[in-house]
Design a binder for this molecule. Structure first.
Ligand SMILES: Cc1cc2nc3c(=O)[nH]c(=O)nc-3n(C[C@H](O)[C@H](O)[C@H](O)COP(=O)(O)OP(=O)(O)OC[C@H]3O[C@@H](n4cnc5c(N)ncnc54)[C@H](O)[C@@H]3O)c2cc1C
Length: 476
C-alpha cells in the first residue's frame, strides 16, 4: 500500500511528487499516457506569468504570484532552463487603455514590478510592435521555461529518491474501503492512504468515481503556430494584448530554444482529447497582426493545440474534499497553472504532512543534467568526442543533435521510450524539417538501445508503421 498516490503526471502531479520525494514515505505517481507531461503541460504558452491579471481574491492570483517568485530557484534546483525575458501588455485603442488601468492596480496591490510606456517607447524596445500600439506596461518578472522539461526533471529526481512512476496506467474506477482507496487501472488494483486528483481535463471524472460532484470541467482549446529560430528574432519579449473575458488573448512568445510561439485562441470543445488544429489558427493569424508586424509566416514550422481544463467554478479547486477524507483535489488547473504549480505543490504537501507526519529524508539525490552539446565550448565538445565518439555523430541536422545526446536521454531515469520522448528530451525533430530526416534514425536508435523491435516502439501522432517500413528499407 502507498502512503500517497497521485493521479496525473502533468506539471501539477510531477512537482507535487518531486516535493514529496524529500520526505520519508511511499509515493506513487501514475498516468494513463506512456510518458509524463502529455496533457496541458505539454501544450501551452510556456510563460511564467507575473501575476498581473488573475481576479483579485482568487486562488489563481494567490498561487500565480507565489509560483512566479519560486520558479527561478526551482529551475536552478532541477537544472532546467528558465529565462526572465519580461513581457509587454499593449493596447491598440482608448478603450483598452482603460482596461490597462485595472492591470496597473493589480500590480500595485500585488507588489509586481511594472513600468508604463507609450507606443513610441514600446516600439523602440521591440521594433516589430504594430504601429497601432498606443500604450503598454512592461512586466519584467515574467519568464519562460520549457514546460515538459520541468516535469521530466522533477520526475527524474522523484525516481532517484525512491518514488514510483506507473505510466500506461489509466484509472478506471476508485473505491474507498476501510479508510483506504482502491484505485483500479483496468485489471490492476492499487491501494493508497491518500489520493491526489491531478488529472487535468479528467479531474472531474476522477472525482466522480468517488461520487464527488464538486465541479465540472469543459476543455478550452488553444491553438498555436511555431516559427523557426532565425538570426533576427521577431520579438525578444513576450507580447500580450490586454486580457478579455476569454483570457490573456493571442500572444507572441519567444521560447527557450529561440523559436517564436504565436497563439493561442480560446474555444470550448466537447471532446477532452481533441488537440487537432483547425480554424482557430485563422483567428490567431488575424489577432496577432493587431499587436505585431513583419511576421514571417513563411517561417512556420509546426502548429499545435492544448486543452485548458476550465472548471465551472472559474477558479482552481485545491484541497481535501469536504466529504471524502484523504481525497485531495488539484483540479481546474487552467492558466496560470504552469506558473502556479510549485506553490500549489507546497500547500498540498502541507496538507499531507499534517496527516501522515513523515520525516525529512537525510540524503537527497540530485539528478545529473543531460548532455547538451549546444551549451558547450568547442574545447569541451572536443574533449567529450575524444572520450565517446557517439557525441561526434550528428543525427538531427536542424537542431544539431548527436547520437551521444540521444543515447543519454534514453538511458536515464524517466528516459525516452518512444520517438516523441526523444524529441521532447533533446530536440531531434523540433527543427525546420520536423523529423523528416532524423525520425527514422531516432527510431532505429531506440530499437537498438532498448532492445525492442521497431514495430513495438511508438511514434505518437503519425503512425509508427510507416516509419518502421522506411527504416527497414534503409537497413536492407
Ligand atoms: C493553450 C494553453 C496555454 C497555457 N499557457 C500557460 C502559460 O503560459 N502559463 C501558465 O502558467 N499556464 C498556462 N497554461 C495552463 C497550464 O498548461 C496548465 O494549468 C497545467 O499544464 C495543468 O497541469 P496539470 O498537471 O494540472 O494537468 P495536465 O498537464 O493536463 O496533466 C494531467 C494528467 O492526468 C492524466 N490523466 C487524466 N486522466 C487520467 C486517468 N484516468 N488515469 C491516469 N491518468 C490520467 C493525463 O494523461 C495528464 O497527463 C496553458 C494551458 C493551455 C492549454
Amino acid at each position: 500500500m502507498y502512503d500517497v498516490l497521485i493521479i496525473g503526471a502533468g506539471v501539477s502531479g510531477s512537482l507535487l511528487a518531486h516535493t514529496l520525494s524529500k520526505l520519508d514515505f511511499s509515493v506513487c505517481l501514475l498516468d494513463k499516457e506512456s510518458d509524463v507531461a502529455c496533457g496541458a503541460s505539454s501544450a501551452n504558452s510556456a510563460i511564467i506569468h507575473s501575476g498581473h491579471d488573475p481576479k483579485e481574491g482568487s486562488l489563481k492570483a494567490h498561487y500565480n504570484l507565489l509560483g512566479n517568485r519560486m520558479y527561478k530557484d526551482l529551475c536552478d534546483e532541477l537544472q532546467t532552463a528558465y529565462r526572465q525575458v519580461g513581457a509587454f501588455v499593449v493596447t491598440t485603442s482608448k478603450e483598452e487603455e482603460g482596461r490597462l488601468e485595472e492591470l496597473i492596480a493589480n500590480c500595485i496591490r500585488r507588489e509586481i514590478p511594472y513600468e508604463v510606456l507609450d507606443g513610441d517607447e514600446l516600439r523602440r524596445r521591440e521594433k516589430n510592435l504594430s504601429d497601432n500600439v498606443t500604450k503598454g506596461i512592461s512586466l519584467p518578472t515574467t519568464g519562460i521555461v520549457t514546460p515538459w522539461e520541468v516535469c521530466i526533471a522533477a520526475v527524474e529526481e522523484f525516481l532517484l529518491n525512491g518514488g514510483e512512476v506507473l505510466l500506461d496506467h489509466e484509472v478506471t474506477a476508485i473505491e474507498k474501503k476501510d479508510g483506504r482507496f482502491l484505485v483500479h487501472c483496468h485489471d490492476e488494483v492499487l491501494e493508497t492512504k491518500i489520493l491526489v486528483d491531478a488529472a487535468g481535463v479528467y479531474a472531474d471524472k476522477i472525482a466522480g468515481m468517488l461520487g464527488v460532484q464538486r465541479y465540472s470541467i469543459t476543455p478550452r482549446k488553444g491553438e498555436y503556430y511555431i516559427l523557426d529560430h532565425t538570426k533576427e528574432k521577431l520579438v525578444d519579449t513576450i507580447i500580450y494584448p490586454v486580457p478579455s473575458d476569454k483570457g490573456k488573448g493571442v500572444l507572441a512568445v519567444p521560447t527557450i530554444h529561440e523559436n517564436i510561439l504565436l497563439g493561442p485562441d480560446s474555444e470550448f470543445v466537447p471532446d477532452k482529447d481533441s488537440v487537432a488544429t483547425d480554424e482557430g489558427l485563422d483567428y490567431v493569424r488575424r489577432e496577432i497582426a493587431k499587436t505585431v508586424k513583419n511576421i514571417p509566416m513563411g517561417n512556420i514550422i509546426h502548429t499545435f493545440a492544448g486543452l485548458r481544463p476550465t472548471p465551472d467554478t472559474h477558479d482552481f479547486v485545491i484541497g481535501e474534499d469536504e466529504e471524502v477524507e484523504n481525497f485531495i483535489h488539484v483540479g481546474g488547473i487552467e492558466s496560470p497553472g504552469l506558473t502556479a504549480s510549485p506553490a500549489i505543490a507546497e500547500d498540498v504537501k502541507k496538507i499531507i504532512v499534517e496527516k501522515l507526519h513523515p520525516s525529512e529524508k537525510k540524503e537527497y539525490i540530485r539528478r545529473r543534467k543531460p548532455v547538451i552539446m549546444r551549451e558547450m565550448s568547442e574545447e569541451e565538445k572536443a574533449e567529450l568526442v575524444k572520450k565517446d565518439p557517439d557525441f561526434g555523430k550528428l543525427i538531427c541536422r536542424c537542431e544539431k543533435i548527436t547520437l551521444g545526446e540521444i543515447k543519454d536521454v534514453i538511458h536515464r531515469p524517466c528516459g525516452a521510450k518512444d520517438v516523441r520522448g526523444v524529441k521532447r528530451r533533446c530536440r531531434p525533430g523540433m527543427g525546420r524539417c520536423q523529423g523528416g530526416f532524423c525520425e527514422v534514425e531516432v527510431l532505429k536508435i531506440l530499437s537498438r538501445e532498448l532492445n525492442v523491435p521497431m514495430e513495438e516502439i511508438s511514434l505518437h501522432g503519425k503512425g509508427t508503421r510507416i516509419l518502421v517500413e522506411e527504416a527497414k528499407e534503409e537497413l536492407l
